[in-house]
Design a protein around this ligand. Structure first.
Ligand code: GDP
Length: 442
């Protein structure tokens, strides 16, 4: 990059405070962060339920809510006011700063939650895949009203649940919604619980990671407060928010080697001529650290950094950050690249084995490989076996073709070396469609 001013600049030396980042982090008691994806059949009440959570937990102010109520009533759709509370993403995404997918956040005393997919988008499945690739757990919304439950189970409910499980999501909270429409019928709830849990265990969820809550998003019963309906008195279990609060975030591995996928690269900022943003997936870093960028293998120095838009000396896994860099030519920095420490770098791969859920027929074919924002062209070079959905045991070795809905182990080759490691969440697309999604194995 001889044309570039930065590359001819002299090396900048940056003082490190040599902090023990983990003990700094542990000094302050703080809320855990957890993110989840919302799945379920269209009209199951996903948007209404999420709107209810945001409204009850004061993530939206009363005036905004009142405004939505008036507007919704004006067009004769009063029941939609809650669903409108959900940010549909466009504005935040246009700013595209640090947060990858959606920006709906709310907090309890214990946890700061992010809803990583705002339901209601037209192009739902690709959005859900993007959401599932970041989620700590899933909330499955089921419509308990007679008739709808059965059609939901046949439709998207199954597809969505299988998809999130294939992407490595282990915990699922089932919100049995619209209980008001069936007079809080306990038998109805138990019938749904039994059917959905046998389906979810067949899809590979462990019974201990599945929970069911009878609720009404619209009325707010058993969401953030216990239902006062006399017919609902039989249920003494957790409310939805109590259940969400028990969730352990899976991805915030503080003690593991540093990993951060670059979301955006900015040049010519006020603070610094060159910055990158992203969410730290694992490990920690501090001002003065040297980092390694893969796949280029180039090093850079951290001049300064921001956590959630505020200046900071250090940052850890789970935080959204901006790094202001020195001593690197910007041509080595691209969205999708991986930041790691020179001591324990991520490897560049040109092929890998993955266990996927097939959405369309799979066979040796050309595909685009997506991991978060990173995507590269390549091909399925081999189908190793089809697998049992629950146990993962081989069903048929070396099949010629994998049918939609089946789980299979396949080998994928890429046209260029890409920084990847298990258990990365992988999506394969072809001709504009998602053909498979799953976890990288080796
Ligand atoms: P989504 O497509 O899954 O996001 O569903 P929506 O949140 O848009 O809800 C679909 C319809 O179900 C709307 O008319 C809602 O008002 C209605 N609805 C949602 N939750 C409840 C509930 O708990 N009880 C009742 N009676 N209706 C609900």
């Amino acid at each position: 990059g001889g044309m570039n001013n930065l590359s001819v600049e002299e090396k900048v030396s940056i003082k490190s405070k040599n902090l023990d980042v983990l003990s700094e982090y542990k000094k302050v008691e703080r809320k855990k962060a957890a993110s989840f994806v919302v799945i379920g059949h269209v009209d199951a009440g996903k948007s209404t339920l999420m709107g209810r959570l945001l409204a009850d937990l004061q993530a939206v102010d009363a005036r905004t809510l009142e405004k939505y109520r008036r507007e919704a009533e004006k067009i004769g759709k009063g029941s939609f006011a809650l669903a409108w509370v959900l940010d549909q993403g466009s504005e935040e995404r246009a700013r595209g700063v640090t947060i990858d997918i959606a920006t709906n956040k709310f907090e309890t005393d214990k946890t700061a939650f992010t809803i990583v997919d705002a339901p209601g988008h037209r192009d739902f499945v690709p959005n859900m895949i993007a959401g599932a690739s970041q989620a700590d757990f899933a909330v499955l919304v089921i419509d308990a009203s007679t008739g709808n439950f059965e059609s939901g189970l046949k439709g998207q409910t199954k597809e969505h649940a299988l998809l999130v499980r294939s992407m490595g999501v282990q915990k699922i909270v089932v919100a049995v919604n619209k209980m008001d429409t069936v007079e809080w019928d306990r038998e109805r709830f138990e019938e749904i619980e039994q059917q959905i849990s046998s389906f979810l265990t067949a899809a590979g969820f462990q019974p201990k990671n599945i929970s069911f809550i009878p609720l009404s998003g619209f009325h707010g019963d058993n969401v953030t407060r216990r239902s006062e309906a006399p017919q609902a008195a039989w249920y003494q279990g957790r409310t939805l928010i109590e259940e969400l609060d028990t969730s352990e975030p899976f991805s915030h591995a503080l003690e593991k080697p540093l990993r951060m996928t670059i979301a955006d690269v900015f040049r010519g900022g006020v603070q610094s001529p060159l910055s990158i943003s992203g969410r730290i997936d694992a490990g920690s870093l501090q001002v003065g650290d040297q980092i390694l960028i893969m796949p280029s293998g180039e090093k850079a120095s951290i001049r300064s950094l921001e956590v959630d838009s505020a200046p900071a000396d250090w940052a850890v896994a789970g935080q959204n950050i901006v790094l202001n860099l020195a001593n690197i030519d910007p041509i080595h920095l691209r969205s999708g690249d991986v930041v790691c420490s020179p001591a324990s770098p991520i490897q560049n791969l040109t092929s890998f084995t993955t266990k996927v859920l097939a959405f369309e027929h799979l066979m040796p074919m050309l595909v685009d490989i997506h991991r978060g924002r990173l995507h590269v062209p390549g091909r399925i070079s081999r189908v190793v076996a089809t697998l049992d959905k629950g146990s993962g045991a081989p069903v048929k070795k070396r099949p010629k073709i994998v049918a939609p809905g089946a789980v299979a182990r396949i080998v994928v080759e890429m046209d260029q070396a890409v920084p990847l490691e298990a258990p990365a969440r992988i999506v394969l697309r072809a001709g504009g469609n998602t053909v498979a999604a799953g976890l990288l194995e080796s």
